[in-house]
Write a protein that binds this ligand. Structure first.
Ligand SMILES: CC(C)(COP(=O)(O)OP(=O)(O)OC[C@H]1O[C@@H](n2cnc3c(N)ncnc32)[C@H](O)[C@@H]1OP(=O)(O)O)[C@@H](O)C(=O)NCCC(=O)NCCS
Length: 193
């Protein structure tokens, strides 16, 4: 039921572009010394895909996302379940997430959002979902979500916001602000920097 409630604000990227953007995000974070699309960057990117469960889970989600967008039956749901079984990552194919998604540790993360922007980090054990029923959050670009955080209800987390580890976020978070604690209190960008 919740699946239909998620708004698909498709970013219009192909599977190839999304995979590339996700691998490049890992390179940006772990090997900023490497020039993008250079031989060494390509080799390192492939090694990351081979060695990191977080990247494997992200790419499995991407495959399900794009197949869903193309209207392919059954397969997106199978990939979604496979992702839960293999990596513990539970993101329905209908959830639209922009390029450059970074999930270092997929286990225990559940994401049911209206939409999520580009270059978002979901560290580990995160819940993004409804508070009471049918009300899902929206996350902007460059949002950082710390380990164990819960983001609940029809709220908006603004671009560049940072959500502290174990925070329970129940209200909107402005662009660039930090939100910490239970329930989360917002620290404006000047204090958050
Ligand atoms: C929220 C966060 C991004 C803020 O980082 P920051 O901007 O460097 O902020 P600071 O560490 O200087 O903390 C600012 C204030 O928020 C508090 N704070 C920071 N993180 C907090 C958290 N998760 N819960 C409660 N309070 C927190 C600090 O105690 C400090 O309070 P004070 O001003 O009263 O002294 C960071 O603390 C955080 O939680 N990161 C998550 C990291 C993570 O998930 N690691 C797992 C890796 S596997």
């Amino acid at each position: 039921v919740w699946c239909e409630a998620v708004t698909l604000t498709s970013s219009g990227h192909s599977l190839r572009q999304l995979v590339r953007s996700d691998v490049e995000q890992w390179l940006r974070i772990w090997r900023p010394d490497l020039r993008p699309a250079h031989g060494a960057a390509t080799r390192t990117g492939l090694r990351f895909v081979w060695t990191h469960a977080g990247l494997q889970a992200t790419l499995l989600f991407r495959a399900s996302q794009v197949l869903h967008r193309r209207g392919v039956p059954v397969l997106p749901q199978l990939l979604w379940r496979l992702n839960i079984m293999l990596f513990g990552l539970d993101i329905p194919p209908a959830v639209d997430i922009g390029p450059g998604l970074y999930i270092p540790h997929p286990v225990g993360t559940v994401v049911m959002a209206r939409g999520i922007g580009a270059r978002v980090t979901l560290v580990s054990g995160i819940t993004v979902g409804m508070r009471r029923g049918g009300d899902f959050p929206t996350l902007g670009d460059d949002v950082y979500v710390g380990a164990g955080a819960r983001i609940l209800g029809s709220i908006t987390v603004g671009s560049g916001a940072r959500i502290g580890a174990n925070a329970v976020v129940l209200r909107d978070v402005p662009d660039g602000a930090a939100a910490v604690g239970i329930p989360a209190t917002v620290r404006p960008p000047s204090e958050a920097a």
